[in-house]
Write a protein that binds this ligand. Structure first.
Ligand code: KG4
Ligand code: ZN
Length: 330
């Protein structure tokens, strides 16, 4: 069985993973998240420089964790997009260099297919078709997936404005919580009342989302509030609004398309309330819920290797040597 090396560098995580026949053998991850904290969001130049510094050390660490040698690698998979152009270019340059020097094929991978494939590593092959809810700092989409190697990916719903993770980050900032906002809001929300404030649940079209109005509603509520802000209640009520709208629409999308498996992936899938509500609603609707383990929910190299593994198994055509970054790939 071929050994596939995966490289991820689309945002602020430098990930390297090694996968063989759907099994993760070893991976390594470095993050520049702390360097972006004081800017309240990812700064592309800082991310690109951090990838440059971290790539070779992560490569060495992943290879050693997998107990293999680089010369055992049969194919290289690298994120081609979507993502930050300057960050993607670092991973692509590395992917091309490793593929060329090892004399093995190179596969450009769609970042969202990577997120969905993370669940293959956690729970085995995905049933076809399934609905994938991808919720991260850059994306909020409902995908109808028949085959992870088939492009273009079919979007059945997207956010009209902010991504769910971006909303967590922005609301955390206005509540004075640290970046990234998702984990910080999740923690403090445990002490708050999710029913304390009725924040809006915006729906766009059949299965689309919108989070900018919710963010503005939180900002207005905080501005107008007299006295100390009940941060835990605001965080819990905000989190409830996001989890409610995401899970309601995902279940509705499954029903409308006659799909019985929902896969939730991306950084926000690490959110405890989202996981609990998705589990409850899927149980009630007779839908199987699959969520990868939290460490595979956020960006990582293993998920890119997982797509590469599927591409190799499907006999897909490798990418051309002049493969370039596609920052707004669909
Ligand atoms: O998938 P990811 O690592 O990177 C991309 O954006 O592709 O997702 C990062 C996002 C951030 O916005 C972060 O605030 C959010 O995921 N996040 C969470 C949690 N952990 C990370 N949001 C809510 N609850 C969490 N526990
Ligand atoms: Zn991502």
């Amino acid at each position: 069985m071929p050994l596939v090396l995966g490289i991820e560098s689309s945002c602020d995580e430098t990930g390297v993973g090694l996968v063989r026949d759907g099994v993760l053998l070893g991976d390594a991850l470095a993050s520049s998240v702390d360097e972006h904290a004081r800017f309240g969001g990812v700064v592309p130049e800082i991310a690109a420089r951090a990838h440059l510094e971290a790539l070779v050390p992560m490569m060495k660490r992943a290879v050693s964790a997998a107990g293999v040698s680089l010369s055992d690698v049969d194919a290289v998979a690298v994120t081609a997009g979507p993502g930050l152009a300057s960050a993607l270019n670092v991973g692509l340059a590395a992917g091309k260099a490793y593929a060329t020097s090892l004399g093995v094929p190179l596969y450009g991978v769609h970042h969202l297919a990577g997120h969905a494939a993370a669940d293959v590593l956690g729970h085995g092959p995905l049933p076809s078709p399934c609905v994938v809810l991808i919720v991260s700092g850059g994306h909020t989409s409902l995908l109808l997936v028949e085959d992870l190697v088939r492009r273009p990916i079919r979007h059945i719903g997207d956010t009209a404005d902010d991504a769910a993770g971006e909303a967590f980050d922005k609301v955390a900032r206005l509540l004075g919580l640290p970046y990234p906002g998702g984990p910080a809001i999740g923690r403090i929300a445990e002490q708050g009342d999710p029913a304390a404030i009725a924040f809006p649940r915006a729906k766009v079209g059949d299965f689309g989302f919108s989070f900018s109005g919710l963010k503005t509603a939180v900002a207005r509520w905080v501005e107008r509030h007299d006295g100390p802000v009940p941060v835990a209640d605001v965080a819990a009520s905000f989190q409830e609004a996001v989890a409610d709208v995401l899970t309601a629409r995902a279940v509705a999308a499954c029903r409308a398309h006659g799909v019985t498996t929902l896969v939730v992936v991306g950084g926000v899938a690490a959110n405890g309330r989202l996981r609990d509500l998705a589990a409850k609603r899927c149980r009630e609707a007779g839908i199987e819920l699959r969520i990868p383990p939290p460490r595979l929910c956020t960006d990582n190299g293993a998920m890119i290797a997982a797509v590469g593994d599927l591409l190799v198994a499907a006999g897909a055509e490798p990418s051309r040597p002049d493969l370039s970054a596609d920052p707004s790939a669909v």
